[in-house]
Every structure is written in C-alpha cells, then in structure tokens.
Design a binder for this molecule. Structure first.
Ligand SMILES: NC(=O)c1ccc[n+]([C@@H]2O[C@H](COP(=O)([O-])OP(=O)(O)OC[C@H]3O[C@@H](n4cnc5c(N)ncnc54)[C@H](OP(=O)(O)O)[C@@H]3O)[C@@H](O)[C@H]2O)c1
Length: 405
C-alpha cells in the first residue's frame, strides 16, 4: 500500500473511530433534533480581492462585501486565510484561461447563466487556521493550523476566509511560518501528481534513478528538485544561467543552461534518463523523448498540455475529444519506440500534503519565497508573477484581513 494510501486510510480510520462532534440538541418533547452546523460568527460578508470579468490587472477589485463562504457539505471546513501564494495559473485565470472547463466543474448541468462564476476570487495556495468544521469532519478541529492547494474551480485564497473539502487540507508544517507555508502547496501537489501519480516514482524506487527536469528554476521545478533529491535520485536540470546557483543550492546534480544554445545538444551527450519532467513545453517534445532509456519503463511527463486551451477554444465536449485524440496518438507513437508519453495535471490532495509536510519538517524541503506583499498590494503581486523569472514564490500576507486597507 503506498504511503499516501496509508495516510488516506488513517484519515478514514480517524473519521470512523472518533465519536461524532455533531451539534445536536433535545427538544422539550424529548425528540432528538436534526444535527446542524453553527457558525460562531454568523457573518455574511468578508474582505476579498475579486474579478468581475476576465482581463488584465485592472480587473482586480478589492471589496469588503464578498460573500462569506458557506459549508455546503458535511466534509467541508472554513479556513481563515493567513497567507496566500500566487502562481502563474492565477495570472492565466485572471485572463480567462481554463474558463470553459472551470465553469463545467462548477455547474456540470449548465443550469446557470454564463458569467455566474463572478465575482471570482483567485489564489490557489492557502496557509491559515480552521475556523469551522462540517458535521462529518473528524480529522481536523477548530484552530488547527493548516495548508492546502485550492482546486481552480473553487473560490480562492485572496480573501479572509475560504471553504474547502477536508480531503484537500493538511496540517501545516510546524517548522514554517504561514507566509513560508503558502509558497508550497500548489506547486508541491502538482509536482507530486506528475512524479508520483503519473510518473510512478516514490521514495522507495527513486534511488539512483536519473531524472531530467526541463525548466527546473520555476515554482514546480524547485519543488521537484528537492523532493527527488530527498528520495535519492540523480537530478539534471535545465534553466537559465543566472538560476544555476539557485538550483544547485536546492540539490541539482547537473545543470544545463538553455540560453547558451540548443539545449538538446549538451543533454544528448549525457547518460539516458529514467524520467523527464517537462515544465517548459513548446518544441521540447520534438527531442526530449530520445533522451530516455528505451524499453525500460522510462517516462516523459509533461505539465504543459493543450487541454484547457482546447476546451476554451472548442468548447468542453469537442475540446475533450480533441485532447483525448491528441494524447492517445502521441502515447502510441512513443510506445512503439519503447518509452511512455504522459500528461501530468495538478491534483488537490490533503494526504499528499501530509507527506510533504513531514519532508519539510524533516528539513528535506525548504520554502522558497521570492517576495511578500500585503493584502492591499495584490495587483502588485500579480504584476510580479506576470513578469516571471522569479527565484521563488510570491506570497500575499492576508492575516490582517483587509484591516489595513
Ligand atoms: N498541467 C497542470 O495541471 C499544471 C499545473 C501547474 C503548472 N503547470 C505548467 O507547468 C509549467 C511550469 O509551471 P511553474 O509554476 O513552475 O512556472 P514558472 O514558475 O513560471 O517557471 C517556469 C520556469 O521555466 C524556465 N524556462 C522558461 N523557458 C525555458 C526553457 N526553454 N528551458 C528551460 N527552462 C525554461 C524559467 O526559468 P528561468 O527563469 O531560469 O529562465 C522559469 O523559471 C507552466 O507551463 C505551467 O503552466 C501545469
């Protein structure tokens, strides 16, 4: 049983064994009343940064009147946000990237009018404190310090509170501040999903495996380097020359500068690889798969896929068909050459974050924060992420909840 499955199982056992903390009461007639969820605050509004349409930075709007999150399902928790991490995905979503697929996830039966996602709150990383638990939540208690990566179809963390499924949440590393913790969940669960779920790697099978990370100096790459080094792999990284020292400090064994000329030439002189994690895309597929060891179960996993562009431009049904046809054709083309071709996707996972927390607290992974911004500076934080080439994450500190605005 994989360790994440073990953790998920222990979460389930905890759920079954703990006596239910439902709020019940007995009426004057001696009949037990229906359990109910009670909010200690009974608030209906909160401060948040929202967008009311897709566009550039000027669509970001601060409001004190965003809808306070509601627990709709008994396994949900409300988290008070102390810090929110920003990712390139937030900049993309601000401009409408993935809107068709996200709308379908929010409203599968297409009952609502178009634009019903607005006002939309961005921000995929959260570190904070549990304020309220649904009736079925036994693994967390109020005031627990937690972190999570928020699925892109849910309201995000650029707000005072956010509601999440308990399955998406994990106790935060004790060794990190909330600001540091908010730098990790989205990139960590993306790297985990690509390397573990799609790539089949784990701490038990990584020793001496040769891994190539294309684009190792970005958010996902910096986390992937540290995780793979903690598991004993040999890690080669491509990045720009000015990031070489940075990735070496994170543990990279070999670094190739992609700005010095065609990067495939120096890479082809190296021993072949067991797995390639591609964070760059573009024309990398043309040459990268020839760097893998053939007929040995080696895999190429790319995070840069046309899935969301296809559904945005063709609609959800046609976009999905086009995507399935593309990936199947490519997988078959490379399978006959003895290598596996895969697409990786972010997958929210509390149990994966539990494992990542243990690696952080053991000193195997560090948070890499590039710059912090206050809650009043969210547009500047977006600017920073949009410019790119940061060495670490951009984090917005929210704990004051807009009191400073
Ligand atoms: N499929 C999914 O669910 C999913 C989830 C998360 C992310 N992603 C995708 O994964 C990619 C990486 O995400 P991220 O958050 O790590 O992005 P990021 O923080 O913007 O990092 C990208 C890095 O790639 C480097 N780079 C750019 N061109 C390169 C090239 N030709 N060769 C080598 N390195 C190059 C840059 O390094 P330098 O600064 O050194 O130039 C930059 O640091 C993005 O395309 C993102 O859209 C997909």
């Amino acid at each position: 049983m994989s360790s994440v499955r073990c953790l998920a199982y222990s979460r389930l056992l905890c759920h079954l064994s703990t006596s239910p903390r439902v709020h019940t009461s007995v009426s004057s007639h001696g009949i037990q009343r229906r359990p109910f969820s009670r909010s200690s605050r009974c608030r209906t509004i909160m401060p948040a940064w929202v967008i009311d349409k897709y566009g550039s930075n000027d669509v970001l709007r601060f409001t004190r009147n965003a809808a306070f999150p509601i627990i709709d399902y008994p396994n949900e928790v409300i988290v008070k946000v102390f810090a929110a991490g920003l990712n390139p995905l937030d900049v993309g979503m601000r401009g409408g990237y993935g809107a068709a697929t996200m709308s379908m996830k929010r409203d599968p039966l297409n009952m609502k009018q178009s634009g019903s996602e607005f006002p939309l709150i961005l921000g995929r990383d959260v570190s904070g404190v549990i304020m309220e638990c649904g009736l079925d939540v036994k693994y967390f208690r109020e005031r627990d310090e937690v972190w999570a990566a928020i699925p892109p179809w849910k309201q995000g963390s650029l707000a005072e509170f956010v509601v999440l499924s308990a399955n998406e949440v994990s106790h935060k590393p004790k060794s990190l501040s909330h600001t540091e913790a908010a730098a990790i969940p989205y990139v960590a669960t993306t790297a985990w999903s690509a390397l573990v779920n799609t790539g089949g790697l784990s701490k038990d099978n990584c020793a001496n495996k040769r891994i190539l990370i294309l684009g190792g100096s970005g958010g996902v790459g910096t986390f992937a380097i540290q995780m793979l080094k903690a598991w004993g792999a040999h890690v080669t990284v491509t990045c720009s020359q000015n990031a070489e020292r940075f990735v070496r400090e994170l543990g990279a064994d070999h670094v190739v500068d992609y700005t010095a000329g065609p990067v495939e030439e120096p890479l082809s002189e190296l021993d072949k690889f067991d797995l390639i994690l591609d964070n760059v895309g573009g024309d990398t597929e043309r040459w990268a798969l020839s760097l893998l060891k053939p007929w040995s179960g080696s895999k190429y996993v790319t995070l840069v896929t046309p899935f969301l562009q296809n559904t945005d431009s063709l609609g959800v049904a046609d976009g999905m068909m086009q995507t399935a046809a593309t990936v199947a054709t490519k997988a078959l083309k490379h399978l006959v050459k003895g290598v596996h071709y895969r697409w990786g996707f972010f997958a929210p996972s509390g149990p994966a974050l539990d494992e990542i927390r243990d690696m952080v607290d053991a000193g195997q992974i560090r948070a890499v924060v590039d710059e912090t911004f206050s809650f009043s500076q969210v547009p500047q934080a977006f600017d920073k992420v949009e410019k790119g080439h940061a060495r670490g994450k951009t984090v917005v500190e929210i704990s004051k909840g807009g009191e400073d605005l």
